[in-house]
Design a binder for this molecule. Structure first.
Ligand SMILES: C[S@@+](CC[C@H](N)C(=O)[O-])C[C@H]1O[C@@H](n2cnc3c(N)ncnc32)[C@H](O)[C@@H]1O
Length: 264
């Protein structure tokens, strides 16, 4: 795979849009309209991927006080809030998101600097962050290669990248179970608990993008191709993935996990 060839995270999904060019507007509109319900539904489906999971992933990857963090696709701030508890300084974390609705929601909840923009074209200076985090948004970008190149550009030498994502399980039984839970139960529960039809569509879309996403090996290769070193991925329950990498040339390096997860 050539690093400058566009790499879409999944093909067009005709239930939502017929052409990939329509995807950015669909995604932005969906998140704009559901921002006020996102945390409520996230609590429903988190099965352990909540605050403690995000915080543990950040510290395992090497986040520590004194680091300057860019949290891309900040959403309602679920990753950024945990980053703040680690760094202890509201000026150390900056959030970025394309959705004005999500930014309005996070502004209500957290006191930190925010940028509206696309992660494929980060409006930040070269080498201006020690840590870039992204939670559960990899499936929404137009081009994974361009996005990872931008993350690399934004990091100083030695800076760390952490990407959290859910991947369809390799085992057929687990996959079928998850498909039922995330593809049917959660969309219905989301609608019933929030009364919002868009939330149901968003959650259906959530599973459809997971099911159709490129495999983890492709993501790891793309992170490497963007220039990252020490690239790897912690896997838990054949489901939760924390991809990490380090920009070469500095002192920093990704902390190695102290227990269990499988490395791929
Ligand atoms: C599922 S939410 C994740 C929120 C949060 N990071 C978390 O851990 O829960 C995905 C977020 O990605 C944002 N997003 C989607 N595509 C984007 C893009 N191309 N550039 C920047 N943000 C994007 C959406 O607006 C949404 O807020």
């Amino acid at each position: 795979m050539k690093p400058d060839t566009p790499l879409e995270p999944h093909p067009a999904l005709p239930d939502y849009y017929s052409d990939l060019a329509q995807r950015p507007a669909f995604v932005r509109g969906m998140f704009d309209r559901t921002a006020g319900y996102y945390d409520q539904v996230n609590r429903l489906l988190s099965f352990g991927s909540g605050s403690w999971y995000r915080r543990r992933a950040l510290t395992r990857a090497g986040l520590h006080p004194g680091m300057r963090v860019l949290d891309v696709a900040i959403g309602t701030g679920l990753v950024a809030r945990q980053a703040l508890t680690v760094t202890g300084d509201p000026r150390s974390v900056i959030g970025l998101d394309v959705s004005a609705g999500m930014l309005a929601e996070v502004r209500r909840l957290l006191n930190l600097a925010l940028i509206q923009g696309l992660m494929e074209q980060l409006p930040v200076a070269d080498a201006s962050f020690d840590f870039v985090s992204m939670g559960y948004a990899l499936r929404h970008v137009a081009d994974l290669n361009a996005t990872f190149r931008e993350f690399h550009r934004a990091l100083r030498p030695g800076g760390i990248l952490l990407i959290l994502e859910i991947t369809r399980p390799a085992q057929p039984f687990k996959r079928a179970l998850l498909k039922f839970y995330l593809g049917q139960v959660i969309p219905l529960l989301s609608r019933l608990t929030t009364g919002n039809r868009d939330m149901q569509t968003l959650m259906r879309y959530y599973w459809d993008t997971i099911e159709n996403c490129v495999p983890p090996e492709t993501i790891i290769a793309a992170i490497r191709n963007a220039g990252f070193a020490e690239v790897g991925c912690d896997v838990e329950f054949d489901l939760f993935r924390a991809y990490f990498g380090c920009k070469g040339g500095g002192k920093g390096s990704v902390a190695q996990p102290d227990e269990q997860p499988t490395m791929t």
